[in-house]
Design a protein around this ligand. Structure first.
Ligand SMILES: Nc1ncnc2c1ncn2[C@@H]1O[C@H](COP(=O)(O)OP(=O)(O)OP(=O)(O)O)[C@@H](O)[C@H]1O
Ligand SMILES: [Mg+2]
Length: 592
């Protein structure tokens, strides 16, 4: 895990090393200062005792040394802080970037594994946790143990008879702190899951705010959010409440140590080995340093523990390897739009019991128009997803242009197999910007051509800004049918050999739908067109119609053939065309 994370430090290695170096200097200075103070006090005492006046030069001497040390410690402290800040912020930046890049490479099945909200939490809260922990590690986690050891050694040098008090107190304090950490750790682990929940609730609600409003579900959403945020609050309160024990225990230990130091001093003095007040003063200083080091160390531990959970979640994202990548010596040319499914079965996850697609055999000749019809959940989308290799077949193989899709360079394949997804999105930007997703350097003429093909030109010309009309995020300012036609145009701009429309004209009126199909037939006759539809009219004139049912191909044939022989097709057809004589058979359109 650490190795994976460490890869993201990169250009911030120097800062990451310099910070502890300066911290170490700071610690050494801080531990030496009490010694100088001790010498100073001794000098003052001597001055008083021998009846001489304390020389001004002595005061200047010790004062000067102390001031210089204090200033130097200030500078090194500030420098180490600066380097730590730079290193940790830079580290976080790199982590986010690496995660982002990793996610961009994910295949559809990788994406299925993580929920969107969890990916967002991982990129934000989790990275921030790791960033904080990293900063603490390179500063405080170095500082505290050093401080602890140095101060202990110094205390023993000053007066071993009293210094053992620290040896007794430190374990007690440490034990309490460790106990607290063990109690809180599982709670923090739970908190992050709850965080995901809360984020999901916010995301879903805001994304679907229109649906929420139209169903008047605001109250329900409010309640959902309230529950989620209260859960987070409850767990955090619990964790913080346990952790709140730390500070009072720590304070108590400090006062206890002072008390014990004086007590031991008094006892030692009584028993004939007098303890000087300069020694007592210095020991008290070391007491504060030692105990606060232990305290800070425990806080770092808590932070590290919180961050460990976060780090694991980040590493999960970074280590998720895309299972769909281009092979070496990939084929970079798609011959034609010939498609073969050779005994293909597919399931969405290895653990799934049921195949979403079972033993599909199919041959689509280049240039054909194929309609796919079937009820919701009949695996129509699943079938076509395998063609541009959005998923890999679990068994069997899919061939495009005579070559196994797994042998193609992914970019080549996906450019030549253009797919208009069922759940499509437009991005914020002008219409032109959106179209250029299909081809970066498309000229205005090319865009005009594909928009005419997709029957989108008419309505685009009607906008005041025409092709420069601004599309809001998610395409909210165009109608459903307009959005679909823009998506088709965008796919056409790729100049594909196979064009797949997954229910992409469902919101387009029947007349326009027919016009689009006619222009396809006339203007791109060599492109293999696969049209998934719910309306029989959308596929009626196709060369072949595939009827899907429950993950299998139920029948293949032309409209006339199917109408004569296939029950499902007949049902769907008659239910949509309301031909009185041949009413749909039992079950109605349950499948369609
Ligand atoms: N990403 C996914 N992960 C797991 N299961 C999925 C996933 N996508 C679809 N499924 C399942 O696979 C089956 C087929 O879904 P598919 O989307 O192919 O149906 P469809 O025929 O396209 O339906 P529709 O007409 O509603 O679009 C369904 O049972 C669905 O629950
Ligand atoms: Mg579908």
């Amino acid at each position: 895990m650490i190795k994976t994370l460490a890869k993201s430090i990169r250009e911030y290695k120097r800062s990451s090393v310099l910070s502890p170096v300066f911290v170490s200097i700071e610690v050494v200075l801080e531990c030496l200062m009490p010694l100088v103070i001790m010498a100073f006090i001794a000098a003052i005492n001597r001055g008083g005792a021998e009846g001489e006046t304390l020389k001004m030069s002595t005061i200047w001497y010790y004062g000067g040394i102390l001031l210089a040390m204090a200033l130097l410690s200030l500078c090194t402290g500030m420098l180490s802080g600066r380097f730590a800040a730079r290193a940790s912020a830079g580290f976080a930046k790199n982590l986010r970037k690496d995660m982002y890049y990793a996610i961009q490479d994910y295949s559809f099945s990788n994406i299925d594994k993580f929920s969107t909200s969890s990916l967002v939490t991982r990129q934000t809260t989790d990275v921030t946790n790791v960033q904080m922990a990293y900063m603490m590690i390179i500063r405080v986690a170095i500082r505290c143990p050093l401080m602890l050891v140095f101060s202990l050694v110094m205390a023993f040098i000053v007066n071993p008879g009293i210094a053992w008090i620290f040896l007794a107190l430190v374990p007690v304090l440490a034990a309490v702190l460790v106990l607290v950490i063990f109690r809180t750790h599982p709670i923090f682990e739970r908190v992050f899951k709850k965080y995901d929940n809360m984020n999901r609730s916010v995301r879903e609600d805001i994304k679907g705010i229109r649906v929420v409003k139209s169903f008047v579900r605001e109250d329900f959403e409010r309640k959902k959010f309230k529950n989620a945020s209260e859960e987070v609050c409850k767990e955090f309160t619990l964790a913080e409440r346990i952790m709140a024990v730390n500070t009072p225990v720590m304070q108590f230990c400090i006062w206890l140590s002072f008390l014990l130091i004086f007590l031991m001093g008094a006892l030692l003095t009584r028993s004939g080995s007098p303890v000087q007040e300069d020694q007592l003063t210095v020991l008290i200083m070391y007491a504060s340093q030692i105990l606060s080091a232990v305290m800070q160390l425990s806080m770092v531990l808590v932070m590290i523990i919180i961050a460990r959970t976060s780090a694991e979640r980040i590493v999960e994202v970074l280590n998720e390897k895309s299972n769909i990548v281009s092979p070496e010596d990939a084929v970079k040319e798609v011959r034609d739009g010939d498609i073969v499914f050779d005994n293909v079965s597919f399931k969405y996850s290895q653990t799934a019991e049921k195949f979403a697609l079972a033993s599909v055999n199919l041959h689509i000749k280049s240039g054909q128009t194929i309609g796919i019809l079937g009820g919701t959940g009949a695996s129509k989308s699943t079938l076509v997803n395998l063609i541009p290799r959005l998923y890999d077949a679990t068994e069997g193989a899919v061939y495009v242009g005579g070559v196994d899709v797994r042998k193609y360079d992914l970019e080549t394949l996906r450019n030549k197999v253009a797919m208009v997804l069922q759940k499509n999105v437009l991005f914020s930007g002008t219409i032109k910007d959106n179209l250029r997703w299909g081809k970066e350097d498309a000229t205005d003429d090319e865009m005009l051509r594909v928009c005419k093909l997709a029957c989108a030109d008419d309505f685009i010309q009607a906008f005041p800004d025409k092709y420069d009309t601004y599309i809001e995020q998610g395409g909210t300012n165009v109608s459903g049918g307009q959005k679909q036609r823009l998506c088709i145009a965008r796919a056409l701009l790729k100049d594909p050999k196979v064009l797949i429309l997954d229910d992409s004209t469902s919101a387009v009126d029947t007349k326009t739908d027919a016009m689009i199909r006619r222009s396809f037939r006339e203007q791109i006759p060599n492109v293999t067109k696969i049209i998934i539809a719910q309306r029989v009219s959308s596929v009626q004139d196709a060369d072949q119609i595939i009827v899907m049912d429950g993950g299998r191909i139920n029948a293949i044939g032309t409209h006339e053939e199917l109408l004569a022989s296939n029950e499902i097709y007949k049902e769907v057809y008659y239910s949509q065309n309301k031909v009185g004589s041949a009413a749909p058979a039992e079950g109605g359109q349950a499948n369609a």
